[in-house]
Design a protein around this ligand. Structure first.
Ligand SMILES: *Cc1c(COP(=O)(O)O)cnc(C)c1O
Length: 358
């Protein structure tokens, strides 16, 4: 029998979430961020469902290649930029736009100025200190790019927020001010907002929003789920019980015997583990649904299997469906107890999991 573990991707939820993003930022165009294989949901599948987006954002040129091979003709933006001169012919061939965040990239563009003009998104570091030009370097970078025949007219100006998921954190207004100062008087569309800024910082919507997680129905705002913002989860991760065992009071479950049965009880074994991408860090007590009923993980999650408390579900049987996350059980709850965010969980689903579209 095939392993019963599957990730169902809800394409209607993807479309719903795109519409929600548009409704929140009605004057902005939408770059749908589909990096990391569409946050683990499947790049081509996600891009087809989101073909109404105005552009796609990827982190790897190979992903842009896949989108073009799938027949998608929307603008594609390489969010981390190109990193070697050999990438430029491919950017031109695929018609891909690129973030420019470093002087080394401007030098490569100056060396390879011939050919189809490439649209550039000039990234300003307004305080996150990951990628981008320091505010005082922005004007020179802009002037050098503008002077190149190999750079398309209409440079887009962008930044990235460090703390937009905290709706009262003063870092976001400080970044907004730094961006406005650094780019004052420069022509071009502006792009600032990731998902959390789309949801919580309307002043940051500007000309292009860049939601990723929100499109998959996932919130990174602490203590919230996507549903709190009208979003719908786009993935259900599920499997089945492959054993139901009676275990006596005082016996211990699984590797390192971390959980002790407080009474004689039924323990379910489900066909999913960290080899499928379920987090090993999920502790005893992590919520899980068996046949639609809420219960908990007990003992350590192993590579292929997990053990589940079946007290309170006396008729649970081998073959019963087990849901690890989805619309009925927000991935954010699993992430929170596993000391991560929902994005990391959906990104981590492995290749042996069967993907289905619903
Ligand atoms: C990943 C990314 C986004 C999307 O972030 P979300 O929190 O998923 O919305 C936006 N912009 C840039 C530059 C990114 O790298």
């Amino acid at each position: 029998m095939a392993r019963p573990t599957s990730a169902s991707i809800h394409t209607d939820a993807l479309r719903h979430n795109l519409a929600q993003a548009r409704a929140r930022a009605p004057h902005s165009r939408v770059m749908a961020v589909v990096k990391a294989d569409g946050y683990g949901h499947g790049l081509e599948r996600v891009a087809r469902a989101l073909e109404g987006a105005d552009a796609f954002g990827v982190a790897a040129l190979s992903d842009a290649d896949r989108l073009r091979a799938a027949g998608l003709s929307q603008p594609i933006v390489l969010l981390s930029g190109f990193d070697e001169a050999d990438d430029l012919p491919q950017l031109r061939r695929l018609g891909v736009e690129t973030v420019v965040h470093h002087l080394s990239q401007i030098e490569m563009l100056e060396q390879a100025a011939d050919g189809e003009p490439i649209r550039c998104w000039l990234k300003v570091d307004t305080g996150m200190h990951r990628l981008g030009f320091a505010p005082e370097q922005v004007r020179e970078a802009y002037a050098r790019l503008s002077a190149l025949a190999g750079v398309a007219d209409g440079i887009v100006l962008m930044n990235h927020f460090a703390s937009s998921d905290e709706f009262a954190n003063p870092q976001t207004p400080a970044q907004l001010r730094a961006f406005a100062d650094a780019t004052a008087g420069l022509d071009g569309a502006r792009s600032l907002a990731n998902s959390a800024a789309v949801l919580g910082w309307p002043d940051a919507h500007a000309d292009w929003i860049r939601p990723g997680g929100a499109l998959y129905g996932i919130s990174v705002v602490e203590g919230t789920t996507g549903a709190d913002f009208g979003l719908r989860p786009a993935m259900t991760l599920s499997t089945r019980l492959i054993a139901v065992n009676r275990v006596r009071r005082g016996e211990r479950i699984g590797y390192a015997a971390t959980w002790e049965c407080p009474e004689d009880m039924n323990v379910g074994v489900a066909a999913i583990g960290y080899g499928d991408g379920y987090p090993r860090a999920a502790p005893s007590g992590t919520p899980v649904l068996v046949g639609g009923q809420a219960t908990q993980v007990i003992g350590r999650v192993s590579m292929d299997l997990m053990t589940i408390d079946l007290r309170g579900i006396p008729d649970a049987r081998v073959g019963d469906p087990v849901i690890l996350w989805g619309p009925e059980l927000p991935v954010e709850r699993i992430a929170e107890v596993s000391a991560t965010i929902g994005y990391e969980l959906t990104c981590s689903i492995t290749r042996r999991v069967r993907f289905v579209e619903t």
